[in-house]
Design a protein around this ligand. Sequence first.
Ligand code: FAD
Length: 216
Amino acid sequence: MRRRLVVDCADLAPGFRIDPASATVTASAGTSLADLMERLLAHGYFVPVTPGTRHVTVGGAIGADIHGKNHHVDSSFGAHVRSLTLVTPDGAERRIGPEHDPELFWATVGGMGLTGVITDATFDVIPVETASARVDTDRTRDLDSALALMSATDDRYHYTVCWIDLLARGAATGRGVLTRAHHATLEDLPPRLRRAPCATTPGRWRAPRPGSRPGC
Ligand SMILES: Cc1cc2nc3c(=O)[nH]c(=O)nc-3n(C[C@H](O)[C@H](O)[C@H](O)COP(=O)(O)OP(=O)(O)OC[C@H]3O[C@@H](n4cnc5c(N)ncnc54)[C@H](O)[C@@H]3O)c2cc1C
């Protein structure tokens, strides 16, 4: 009988440390992006890439080289990783990065865990003034107008996503809702929110309870 092994990386000691001088964070591979977002915001930083669910770990973000709604501007998660610790199948612990053992590093980014187990990583974080986003939303009447609006305005926004209605027919084929956003600056906020611009509700971004529907 073949033996199989599952490694639960969420049990790797959670924790992180910020280096403001280089605007990087070093986090255990088991730390969830949801946890990181909440804690980083308190220090005026945000994660470099967020997928459609924030309930993923740092190890999973690197293993699948996840993309976010800022892919057109910032590329995927791996582009922000400065170095990581990898335990390879021979049991060795290696510190690798784009400059140190780049071949193994780039095989690990998006490598779906096939090169070994990532135990921690150092990656860039985005300095932010607030925990809010400034959002513009437009309805588009068909696919051509959705694509035209995206092409014309994408470079002005940090985040952009378009929902396309695949059930609409005729002239409305491909109609959609285009949402684009920036991290809000202090000046963008109404005065009542300026007192604690990076405040979040504790626990608000933790994992959903079983049975609840994930966001996308
Ligand atoms: C609702 C929803 C929305 C999503 N939206 C997006 C999106 O917008 N963009 C996007 O890119 N993805 C998206 N995803 C996919 C998700 O981001 C990836 O599947 C992510 O890798 C999951 O991370 P995880 O921590 O759950 O890892 P797992 O699912 O446990 O693992 C994912 C892969 O990474 C490897 N891995 C995990 N931890 C480690 C480690 N410590 N060392 C080495 N390898 C490791 C695993 O072997 C596996 O191959 C979405 C998923 C859901 C459920």
